[in-house]
Design a protein around this ligand. Structure first.
Ligand SMILES: Nc1nc2c(ncn2[C@@H]2O[C@H](COP(=O)(O)OP(=O)(O)OP(=O)(O)O)[C@@H](O)[C@H]2O)c(=O)[nH]1
Ligand SMILES: [Mg+2]
Length: 241
């Protein structure tokens, strides 16, 4: 079932009626064997060839809808492009930069002919000129709202930074469009464990308040590889469903 067809698709409902996905902290605990199989499915999906095939700067340039798409969204500089590189094990598949506003188009990457990863421009970049922001950030919002093949959004939040109004606005947009999304904390390596635990609790509570958000929040670091295997597995759940 497409995310747009129902408020809560079957994969999100566990016995307690909570929203969750397989193998995650909020779901029924998996046996060690089942967990290993879940991780392996993610590894196998991302061990395949991955290549850039399309860039769109406006809605009329989008590729024709085809394979299921998994999009990476978040504020400028949150680490979207770095996360795609970490997932695919490639250093420079997606271009990264210390300067916010590096990615200014929708970049499409084919993963094994099975699924498409979409690296998005960031939002909330205050320094950008108004017209530029309207162009590339407007495209991002239109894509999130109306793409029929968009199966899941990974909404990235920087573990070091407080949640901003722009993050809340994107969550509301996805709730309204009934696009299922998963919150992913990035740059976990840059935060001490107690602060990371507090952040995870805060963001998990936020997820529970948003109807289209999965309950589980993933904690990742593209620098150390922490959480990357679990994120691959969560994405394989969607890609192989
Ligand atoms: N410490 C740390 N830094 C990271 C991590 N991931 C990304 N970064 C850094 O964060 C900066 C931004 O990374 P990008 O991947 O370009 O971020 P983006 O979200 O694609 O940014 P835009 O395309 O500008 O929206 C770069 O300097 C990265 O090296 C991480 O896991 N840990
Ligand atoms: Mg980028």
């Amino acid at each position: 079932m497409n995310a747009r067809d129902a408020q809560l698709p079957p994969e999100q409902a566990n016995d307690d009626g909570e929203r969750s996905c397989t193998g995650s902290i909020a779901a029924q605990p998996l046996t060690p064997e089942a967990h290993a199989a879940w991780i392996e499915a993610g590894r196998l999906l991302f061990a395949q060839e991955c290549g850039f095939f399309y860039a769109a700067q406006s809605l009329d340039q989008l590729p024709p809808p085809g394979l299921p798409e998994l999009a990476f969204a978040g504020r400028s500089n949150v680490g979207k492009s770095s996360l795609i590189n970490a997932l695919t094990g490639r250093r420079a598949l997606a271009r990264t930069s210390g300067q916010p506003g590096r990615t200014r188009q929708l970049n499409f990457f084919d993963l094994g002919g099975q699924v498409v990863l979409v690296d998005m421009p960031g939002y909330g970049y205050a320094e950008a000129a108004r017209q530029v922001k309207q162009d590339w950030q407007g495209l991002m919002f239109e894509y999130l709202r109306g793409r029929p093949t968009l199966r899941r959004v990974m909404l990235l939040l920087d573990a070091r930074i407080e949640i901003k109004e722009s993050d809340a606005a994107v969550m509301e947009l996805l709730d309204r469009a009934a696009v299922i999304y998963q919150l992913v904390l990035t740059k976990a390596d840059a935060v001490k464990p107690p602060a990371l635990a507090a952040k995870l609790a805060e963001v998990s509570a936020l997820a529970r308040r948003h109807p289209a958000a999965l309950m589980d929040v993933l904690v990742t670091s593209s620098d150390t590889g922490g959480g990357i295997a679990e994120l691959r597995a969560a994405l394989a759940d969607v890609a192989l469903a």
